[in-house]
Design a protein around this ligand. Structure first.
Ligand SMILES: [Zn+2]
Length: 110
């Protein structure tokens, strides 16, 4: 709706300038303002999309008897054992993404 209105205003403004009805600065200055506003809104939208690491649902406990997930920091050597999974991606430590190591227990033979 807003996009259609924007492009309609651009077309009407351009036609008014082409036919000499209105001076160009009275048409293009507001359109330039609208363009700057749209770029600003799009920039905020990209910032919101950058928070994709936030979990979508509640945290899920990990059964450590079946699956053992550890994260290792290549910067300082810290190692973490995952007990509750909040997000699907690895956490950060020392400013870098940690390396995931996953061990899945084999079923015991009868
Ligand atoms: Zn670290």
């Amino acid at each position: 709706m807003l996009r259609r209105l924007f492009w309609s205003a651009v077309c009407v403004g351009t036609l008014l300038v082409v036919f000499g009805v209105v001076d160009a600065r009275y048409v293009f200055a507001p359109l330039l303002g609208l363009l700057i506003w749209r770029i600003g809104i799009a920039s905020f939208g990209s910032l919101r999309a950058g928070a994709a690491h936030l979990p979508d649902g509640p945290a899920q406990p990990v059964d450590t008897t079946v699956e053992r997930v550890t994260y290792w920091c290549s910067g300082c050597g810290a190692e973490l054992l995952l007990l509750v999974r909040g997000a699907a991606i690895a956490p950060r430590h020392c400013g870098e993404r940690m390396t995931e190591h996953r061990e899945i227990a084999r079923p015991l033979r009868p």
